[in-house]
Design a protein around this ligand. Structure first.
Ligand code: PRT
Ligand code: MG
Length: 227
């Protein structure tokens, strides 16, 4: 049995077409089903639904053989999920090019970020991505007080909790709707296929064709013009 870990929402939705190109069809809709283990048209392949941030953990510890996760999640939790030591149990073979977005710094439209940076002010930054933010501002030589949040980052500058946020942006509509402006782009993000290293050895014959199919599906998708 091959177990693929996915999170509900955009990662599930954008992985489906890649699976379809690999001849794999998920037989239940996670939005209507309450099942956490979804069968596919292949008796030897199943999908498990986990929180986006739990995908690397499932794959690293063998709860799933492979999974799809954002580069943001991988980078932010690197220390955490490789704490088992002796090298991580996670192998990242493929950029799937899906669920694209960027990690950016945003502030209130009336906050002069450039001036604050120039003057060497200490910035209060609210984010779910404290590791990514810490590294970014350290490299820039900007002093920051990081405030860890688990959601609705956009609210922080509006309520005076923070001067700036570090968050994912795709269309920019959420920032706009909350009178925030993007002032720096930290990195581009897409989703990655991650594979359990032991599974890659023990189930090589079953996994290799699937990984290759993902690679081909990704290549043919990116060859098509984007809307
Ligand atoms: O939502 P939940 O707390 O359950 O988990 P999650 O937020 O980790 O999962 P999910 O499904 O929302 O996101 C999974 C992955 O999708 C992320 O780790 C990213 O790699 C990727 N992704 C791509 C995004 C976005 N685009 C995105 N726009 N994840 C989140 N967003 C959010 C963003 O945080 C902001 O609130 O959408 C909002 C901004 O979108 P725009 O289009 O208004 O700019
Ligand atoms: Mg979300």
């Amino acid at each position: 049995m091959i177990t693929l870990a996915l999170s509900k929402g955009r990662i599930f939705d954008e992985t489906l077409p890649l699976l379809a190109r690999a001849g794999i069809e998920v037989l239940e809709d996670p939005d209507t089903s309450r099942k956490l283990i979804l069968p596919t048209n292949r008796a030897d392949v199943r999908v498990v639904l986990v929180r986006a941030t739990d995908v690397p953990t499932y794959v690293e510890y063998g709860g799933a053989d492979l999974g799809v996760t954002g580069l943001d999640t991988l980078l932010e939790n690197r220390a955490q999920w490789s704490s088992a030591g002796a090298g991580s149990g996670l192998y990242q073979p493929l950029d799937l090019g899906i669920a694209r977005c960027r990690v950016s710094v945003a502030v209130r439209a009336d906050f002069d970020y450039a001036a604050a940076v120039r003057q060497g002010s200490r910035l209060k930054v609210a984010t779910k991505y404290t590791a990514i933010a810490r590294e970014f501002f350290a490299a820039k030589g900007v002093h920051v007080d990081l405030i860890k949040l688990y959601g609705s980052m956009e609210l922080a500058p509006l309520t005076g909790l923070a001067d700036a946020i570090v968050d994912l942006v795709s269309t920019g509509n959420t920032l706009k709707a909350n009178d925030l402006v993007e002032v720096e782009r930290i990195m581009d993000i897409s989703s990655r296929l991650v594979v359990n290293q032991a599974a890659l050895k023990l189930k090589r014959e079953a996994l290799r064709p699937l990984i290759d199919a993902f690679a081909q599906a990704t290549a043919s998708q990116s060859a098509e013009p984007r809307p």
